[in-house]
Design a protein around this ligand. Sequence first.
Ligand code: ADP
Ligand code: TRP
Length: 322
Amino acid sequence: MTAKRSLSGIKPTGTPHIGNYLGMIKPAIKLQEVCETFYFIADYHALTTLPNPQDVRNHSYELVATFYSLGMDTENHAFFKQSDIPEVTELTWILSCITSKGVLERAHAYKDATAKKQEINHGLFSYPVLMASDILIYDSHYVPVGKDQTQHLEMTRDMAIRFNHIYGETLVVPEALIADEVATIPGLDGRKMSKSYNNTIPLFAPEKKLRKLMMKIVTDSKTVEEPKDPETDNVFALFKLFATEEQQIDLANRYRAGNMGYGVAKQECFEVINEALQEARASYFEIREDYKKLDGILETGRDKARPVARQVINRVRDRVGL
Ligand code: ADP
Ligand code: TRP
């Protein structure tokens, strides 16, 4: 029996941060032990906000280097660019024709933009259809993502089910994989860590910068002497994502005992994060500017993904009468 396929995408809209890493990148890479993994740079999706073209290229290279340095086996699995697979946009059109306007009007991103009276382009409106196409074009079984992508995955499943209902069994109905403990990683201010909130810790921030960022984590104003509550503190929330159980119990006890300032907790938080990431960080900086290597990874990935996409689009075209 062939292995099931896990697929996910990430937009090249900023430097990857610890929220991306714990919520998506790390669990996604881990799946290569049991699945065939297809991961891609969602560069078409990035265009909905009209980013600077050079930024799109830079952030795309950052993503290749990131996945590679975190251990993705890019020879036996596939890491590629969404825009290298034209079948994706072809399927997007076909799925658009079975998706009602009302469904898209209920999408969170569209509703938020409407509430904020932002100008909305058609790309943003149809974002969920492109995303469904990304997933369905590779007969994907699993989609590892952070919790904020839940609605997109539900819409994708609905589109696959609807297509199969109209045209007969054609598309694989995928399953979202959302790890509870890392569903929403908090940022420096305690809100969800996100590029849009300017509260991120870049995954490969150099040591000095990382320490500086740790010192910026927002805490309450308790004095050094006062006992503190680890459960409600932003520093502890990050610390526990990287620390061993023993380290967590030890620091939590010191919070509750009092006579420990937040500065001490921040320093320890810095140490566990730095330790966990330093090896991958070194490997990242080693290949970040090796464009031959990075382009090679994308080409190998494309050559693996494209034949799968061709098979699925041929099946779909046949079903709809093209
Ligand atoms: P951002 O919100 O910073 O723009 P993206 O939307 O590019 O991040 O997210 C890429 C992936 O990382 C998605 O799978 C998303 O669910 C996950 N992710 C992003 N931020 C977090 C977070 N704070 N906690 C958990 N997962 C996250
Ligand atoms: N919408 C996802 C995000 O904002 C990125 C994405 C695009 C994606 N296509 C996908 C994720 C397909 C998983 C599968 O993070």
